[in-house]
Design a binder for this molecule. Structure first.
Ligand code: SF4
Ligand code: SF4
Length: 57
């Protein structure tokens, strides 16, 4: 998960929609990529398009 920190409003919405609690909002938003199941719920939720999924091979 790639977080565009310039776009992110730190609204916390993506944190609450994540089914596996991979996202954490502290001083900035962070994603635990080992937990992330790539469901894209956070991407669909984010009002400013700050989240992107990096396609890993
Ligand atoms: S893609 Fe899904 S599992 Fe991964 S951080 Fe976003 S909401 Fe959580
Ligand atoms: S939903 Fe978007 S703007 Fe809100 S905290 Fe998540 S990444 Fe940032």
């Amino acid at each position: 998960m790639i977080i565009n920190k310039e776009k992110c409003l730190k609204c916390g919405g993506c944190v609450s929609v994540c089914p596996v609690q991979a996202l954490k909002l502290e001083s900035e938003l962070k994603c635990d990529n080992d937990k992330c199941i790539k469901c894209k719920a956070c991407i669909n939720f984010c009002p400013v398009g700050a989240l992107k999924l990096e396609v890993s091979k």
